[in-house]
Design a protein. Structure first.
Length: 253
């Protein structure tokens, strides 16, 4: 283990995992809620549209929550066809109202079947990582009639995707809330199972630090980075997401 690198990244992780981090980050959206189901749903939908310009992400995430009457769980479980029509016109990049309507419908089916989202992922609590869980989650989520295009909004690790957005959602739900950023509402899973939400920023910094050699930000790169981060901290490897992301976005490392 490179102790000097570990000390550097530990310091940066602590520096960036602060409440002020959420001021410009999509994780602020689930922080508006206290009910577990509201946190899950708002977090999942926000993570789903978290690509592109951060300002645009936040603008559309806030709009999405308003469209759900600021009560995501109630909307999901009690919506009518008239309610769904109110979602028409929503768009974030390639995620449009057709996709949103399916997501709302599929979430209701999942809550009826499992009670909450955590209960689905809880089945995989003995796995070393949650990549298998993500694969099966996608399969279960799209078992209702839907347009094929909608499937692209949940990535599949079994198809060599880094699955950045859903790994970020899982970080929000599982990691401890004591630092004031992640929500930590899922206690049946361990932070040790999490994988880094690999994107262009964290990937570039990881390469500069020698943590990642693969050039593409894909599933193979995620496995390589995960392996290195678990050496640095096997119990909470994804805390380093803050260091890598912060160094890339805020320090232009």
């Amino acid at each position: 283990m490179n102790i000097e690198l570990k000390d550097f990244l530990d310091e940066k992780a602590v520096f960036y995992e602060q409440p002020k981090f959420i001021e410009t980050d999509p994780v602020q959206i689930p922080h508006f809620f206290t009910q577990k189901e509201d946190i899950e749903i708002s977090g999942f939908l926000t993570a789903t549209i978290s690509w592109g310009n951060r300002k645009s992400i936040l603008t559309n995430a806030h709009k999405l929550v308003r469209l759900l009457g600021n009560s995501p769980y109630d909307f999901v479980m009690a919506h009518t066809e008239t309610d769904l029509k109110k979602l028409e016109g929503f768009v974030h990049r390639t995620f449009n109202s057709t996709d949103l309507v399916y997501f709302i419908t599929a979430l209701r089916a999942m809550y009826h079947a499992y009670g909450d989202m955590e209960s689905f992922f809880r089945q995989f609590h003995k796995e070393n990582t949650l990549q298998k869980a993500i694969h099966h989650f996608k399969t279960a989520f799209f078992n209702l009639p839907h347009q094929q295009r909608t499937e692209k909004h949940i990535s599949d690790p079994y198809k060599n995707s880094a699955a950045k957005r859903i790994n970020m959602f899982l970080r929000w739900m599982v990691r401890d809330a004591k630092a004031g950023v992640d929500l930590g509402i899922w206690h049946s899973l361990s932070p040790a199972q999490l994988s880094c939400p690999l994107d262009v920023h964290s990937g570039n910094v990881a390469r500069k630090l020698g943590l990642l050699k693969r050039k593409q930000n894909d599933g193979k790169a995620l496995f390589e980075l995960d392996t290195q981060l678990r050496i640095l901290d096997p119990n909470d490897p994804v805390k380093y997401d803050y260091a890598l992301f912060g160094l890339g976005v805020f320090e232009k490392f």
